[in-house]
Design a protein around this ligand. Sequence first.
Ligand SMILES: NC(=O)c1ccc[n+]([C@@H]2O[C@H](COP(=O)([O-])OP(=O)(O)OC[C@H]3O[C@@H](n4cnc5c(N)ncnc54)[C@H](OP(=O)(O)O)[C@@H]3O)[C@@H](O)[C@H]2O)c1
Length: 237
Amino acid sequence: MNNKKNILVTGASRGIGNAIFNELHDLGEIYVSGRDENTLKTLGAKDFCVCDLSKNTDTLEKFILDKKIDILINNAGEYIYGGIEAMSETQIQSIFSTNLISPVKLISKAVTNMKENKFGRIINIGSISGVMGEAYASLYSSSKAGLIGLTKALALELAEFNITVNTINPGWVETGLGLESIEESEFSKEEIIDTIPQKRFVKPVEVAKLCRYLISEDAKGVTGQSINICAGLSVGI
Ligand SMILES: NC(=O)c1ccc[n+]([C@@H]2O[C@H](COP(=O)([O-])OP(=O)(O)OC[C@H]3O[C@@H](n4cnc5c(N)ncnc54)[C@H](OP(=O)(O)O)[C@@H]3O)[C@@H](O)[C@H]2O)c1
């Protein structure tokens, strides 16, 4: 990249978002968001925004306009395990707000500056569960599948402004969310690893390095794509 950019990583306090924050740190002014103010404070970001995306995105929308974000990484996400009939109204609202509606709203604010500068990079962190479907994770799967449609449509809409939009779909990644989802399921960690062709979890840094590539000049032709990084999980059995 020629000059320093303003980058926002949502959900940067831990897990994949934190790895993305560390990987992109040298590329520009890097901003972070999440709910855990104490952790966000310690990261060393240019600035941070505390915002619970399951409730309201207003604070983060204002932050995006104020900081003139050039590169938006929609990483924050939640997972819920259980049969569809057990899902409450609150759980349904919460997961769709965090995983799908917030990315839509944040992108809608970020594109103003991106269009003016004729440069922008948007990366949504989806999930292999949005590509393949995951039993007892229908809300999670459908919220992540929505990101893929959003990505394709926006890639077309924003192509003339030199704005690329892509979704990365991780498979199993060893983070708080990854480990909690195993605990909630009926399978052990070993049983899950056995279903993965490479017999391993993806590392957060692998997702972060793919983000670094997608925002680079070399990747300017990559847009509208849904890229799986899943140690072979999505290919077949
Ligand atoms: N781990 C996996 O196996 C896996 C697989 C596929 C896709 N993914 C996706 O990768 C992304 C990151 O997941 P992860 O595994 O790194 O999870 P994680 O370790 O649980 O971290 C989630 C991050 O998102 C933030 N977040 C969660 N809910 C939020 C909310 N309502 N409002 C604002 N911020 C919120 C958290 O911030 P605070 O702690 O500050 O609230 C945290 O920084 C998610 O979109 C997830 O769906 C993960």
